[in-house]
Write a protein that binds this ligand. Structure first.
Ligand code: CO8
Length: 262
């Protein structure tokens, strides 16, 4: 995975974890078209690359991400705004449906598109001083990279209405209480903790992992009957795998399973 775009840094870590760092620190990692394009290509490559087991998303400098690039936003007309929103949404959806776990390690701010990017990841860990928000209303627009949809799904409609309508920022502590982030940690511990959480996941069966991600992300918006059928189909699929044979055998033999991902 060659690092052709310096606005996004790609670093392989241990255990098949790939760190993807937004790298426009002087603009607080604002998401412009080139950054989104690079993320789009990366997610396509990662989906096919069996050596990549998990994604760690991070921001260089003092923030995770301050949102869509307001300088680019300034020039968008209606048609371009529609296209840009659709593009960003598609990129973030491809992260969500990667079939591999991802974790956003958040420090500084996660505002607007930055919060929306984090919400498309599987898990979120934040520093205790991180700040979140969907301030688009203050620019006369609305969250356009999935925020009006993922925020209520994660924290509830009442809270999401408050956050999106007022554009107010909220603290890491609130984000934890509301279930937007999974865990808080100190700045020094952010990346080590993120790697440890992902490493835990990479030790588990990757077929079952992908099935859980699909059943939850795609089942969530189906009727209960359809979603239960999706779950049953994935349960059946898992029953055909070497991972299932190994997992059950290891339990019965009272040992730790070693999953092959087959
Ligand atoms: N876009 C472009 N540049 C930015 C952005 C941004 N979102 N945020 C910060 N910057 C730049 C600043 O312009 C500044 O650059 P320069 O030095 O050249 O003036 C540099 O980053 C540092 O920023 P500040 O000096 O403002 O740093 P502070 O520490 O004083 O403040 C804040 C940090 C509070 C984060 C502040 O920069 C801020 O409020 N930023 C904007 C946050 C925001 O409103 N985000 C939402 C953007 S809109 C969005 O995300 C919509 C997504 C959906 C789009 C749908 C498609 C159409």
């Amino acid at each position: 995975m060659d690092d052709v775009n310096p606005m996004v840094k790609v670093t392989p870590l241990e255990s098949g974890i790939l760190q993807i760092s937004l790298n426009r620190p002087e603009q607080l990692n604002a998401l412009n078209h080139d950054v989104l394009q690079r993320l789009s290509h990366l997610f396509q490559e990662i989906k096919q690359d069996r050596s990549v087991k998990a994604i760690l998303l991070h921001g260089e400098g003092k923030a995770f991400c301050a949102g869509a690039d307001i300088k680019q936003l300034a020039n968008l007309n209606g048609h371009e705004g529609l296209a840009f929103a659709r593009f960003g949404q598609a990129v973030f959806r491809s992260l969500e449906l990667l079939g591999k776990p991802s974790l956003a390690a958040i420090h500084g701010v996660a505002l607007g598109g930055g919060c929306e990017l984090a919400m498309a990841a599987t898990l979120r860990i934040a520093t205790t001083t991180a700040v979140f928000g969907q301030p688009e209303i203050k620019l006369g627009v609305i969250p356009g990279f999935g925020g009006t949809q993922r925020l209520p799904r994660l924290i509830g409609k009442g809270r999401a209405l408050d956050i999106c309508l007022t554009g107010r920022r909220f603290t890491a502590e609130e984000a934890l209480q509301w279930g937007l982030v999974n865990e808080l940690t100190s700045p020094d511990n952010l990346l080590p903790r993120a790697v440890a959480r992902l490493k835990e996941l990479t030790q588990l069966g990757s077929v079952a992992m992908e099935s859980i991600l699909t059943a939850i992300h795609q089942g969530y918006d189906l009727s209960l009957e359809e979603a239960l059928e999706l779950e049953a189909a994935h349960f059946g699929l898992c029953c055909t795998t070497a991972d299932k044979r190994e997992g059950v055998k290891a339990f019965l033999e009272k040992r730790t399973p070693v999953f092959s991902g087959e």
